[in-house]
Write a protein that binds this ligand. Structure first.
Ligand SMILES: [Ca+2]
Ligand SMILES: [Ca+2]
Length: 250
């Protein structure tokens, strides 16, 4: 009855630039009721799903997982908590890091792509840096109950990486989430990042546009009451003057 699974996946490069994926896996038992039961590689406790080694710079490493849900579901993937380590220090690495300074951020030299049921979620041609796929829920789409669905993650390590990366390691946690297919919620990680379907990477959540508050219409100004025209003062009748004037007016 577990529907969230966390996989602790690690990279490491050996002294001969080979990569390995040691991992510590765990899962979350205490899930909200709106989540759907999800199995990853057939297990509620998928310890040891990923185990990859000999991953050379320039290599493409593909990791497949099988998902299964007991109800039609929308599935999301969250990669989080990326950390890098120096691991084994080789002599050429130590020499190069004398000028570079300590450096082990191999995740910044790794691009990531993702497919589910052979449908592309993150296209490899986009060369999305792995850190840009971290800290948001990546929607994987809807899957049908009681079917085995293949998820394929690819990691591409920069072929131009030099000695500084020898023996270096990076690790991150991954979490799958399944919710009911008719659930319209968009899960958030709390990191402030959300998935951009346009850019195919995690981006800062846009600040919601605040609608201006409604400006009330001015209250109706009553028309002035009809002011009666002043009554017309009749012009005094003028006595017409007639020619010839009466003698008495000359
Ligand atoms: Ca290093
Ligand atoms: Ca190292």
């Amino acid at each position: 009855m577990h529907n969230v699974f966390s996989a602790f996946v690690g990279f490491c490069m050996t002294a001969i630039s080979a990569w390995q994926f040691p991992q510590v896996l765990g899962f979350n038992n205490n899930h909200p009721p709106w989540q759907i039961d999800l199995l990853v590689n057939g297990k509620n406790d998928p310890y040891g799903i990923v185990d990859i080694d000999d991953f050379k710079p320039g290599d493409i490493r593909i990791i497949e997982k099988d998902l299964w849900v007991n109800e039609d579901a929308k599935v999301f993937l969250h990669l989080k908590d990326v950390h890098d380590f120096q691991g084994l220090q080789t002599e050429p690495e130590t020499e190069e890091e004398l000028s570079l300074g300590p450096k082990s951020d191999i995740q910044n030299y790794t691009t990531y792509d993702l497919k589910i049921k052979n449908q592309i979620v993150i296209d490899g041609n986009l060369n999305v840096p792995l850190p840009n796929a971290v800290s948001c829920w990546i929607p994987l789409g809807q899957i049908t109950k009681n079917q085995h669905i293949k998820v394929e993650q690819s990691f591409h390590f920069d072929p131009a990486v030099t000695n500084w990366a020898q023996g270096d390691k990076a690790k991150f946690t991954e979490v799958f989430l399944a919710i009911a297919a008719d659930n319209e919620m968009a899960p958030e990680t709390g990191s402030g990042l959300v998935w951009s379907d346009e850019l195919k990477r995690c981006v800062l959540k846009p600040t919601p546009t605040i609608k201006p508050t409604h400006t009330p219409k001015p209250t109706h100004t009553p028309k002035p009451t009809h002011t009666p025209k002043p009554t017309q003062t009749p012009k005094p009748t003028q006595k017409p003057l007639h020619w010839p004037f009466p003698w008495g007016q000359r």
